[in-house]
Design a protein around this ligand. Structure first.
Ligand SMILES: [Zn+2]
Length: 248
């Protein structure tokens, strides 16, 4: 264990690149960087008189290392939900389900029942990996069903049009947007969150087609079309399986 010297004089959070960094000013001599479990929070302890530029450099020089640490934490958390056994907890659109395995011969299926069971019909000897693939395919279909409704509405409202909209597993992002190619990706994990969350990420990425940067203009477009986007963001980051450090 590392003993932390010096009382904390102040704590603030700064954003460097796509990383939120908690800055702790202390009566210490050297800069100390840590990436903390379980969510990969980045903390930089700095001597009281450290300049902004020094802070920036300390982070930028360690970017690759920080990303690697953060990805490892996410990976660990994911591993623990991959057993795919009876009674295991899974989420769909913000609701909690219990996994129920039933024996099926021919056609495998995944069904979310009103009684809170997520019924996975597979043959007995299906591997955990293949069960997970089936559930992920189910999540993908669920997202596509919702997007079919949401995308035309929002494209019309914002006066933009994405050339492609894909769903994929991403380790540290809820969504991303290639502004030039007008291509948007949404994280498969969003199927686990309440629908307001994926709608927020979708709108966020579509707004990038109007404004590339997270600046005042970006926020004012969001405020105009989705006044409660901050609440949706908080919802996204406060639920089970949330990772504080995820970005979009
Ligand atoms: Zn963004």
């Amino acid at each position: 264990m590392r003993h932390t010297k010096g009382n904390i004089q102040s704590i603030e959070v700064v954003r460097i690149g796509d990383i939120d960094v908690e800055l702790n000013r202390r009566a210490i001599k050297n800069i100390h960087l840590s990436v903390l479990p379980p969510n990969g929070k980045v903390r930089l302890s700095i001597p009281n008189d450290t300049s902004e530029q020094k802070v920036r450099l300390a982070i930028v020089n360690k970017f690759a290392w920080i990303k690697k640490q953060k990805a490892d934490f996410v990976g660990q958390e994911r591993q623990s939900i991959r057993e795919m056994v009876n009674g295991e907890c899974h989420y769909l659109w913000g609701n909690k389900y219990r996994l129920k395995l039933v024996d099926a011969k021919g056609k495998y299926s995944v069904t979310a029942k009103g009684n809170g069971n997520l019924v996975l019909a597979v043959s007995e000897n299906t591997s955990a990996d293949n069960k997970l693939k089936l559930v992920n395919r189910f999540y993908r279909n669920e997202i596509q069903r919702l997007l079919k409704k949401l995308v035309p509405q929002w494209e019309k409202k914002l006066g933009v049009s994405a050339s492609s909209l894909n769903i994929r597993k991403m380790k540290t992002k809820w969504g991303s947007c290639n502004v030039q190619g007008k291509r948007i990706w949404l994280n498969l994990e969003l199927a686990k969150k309440p629908p307001e969350c994926i709608e927020f990420i979708l709108v966020h990425e579509l707004v990038h087609l109007l404004e590339r940067h997270h600046n005042e203009r970006f926020r004012s477009i969001m405020d105009k079309h989705m006044p409660n986007w901050r609440e949706r963001r908080n919802l996204l980051n406060s639920l089970p399986l949330a990772y504080e450090d995820w970005s979009y």
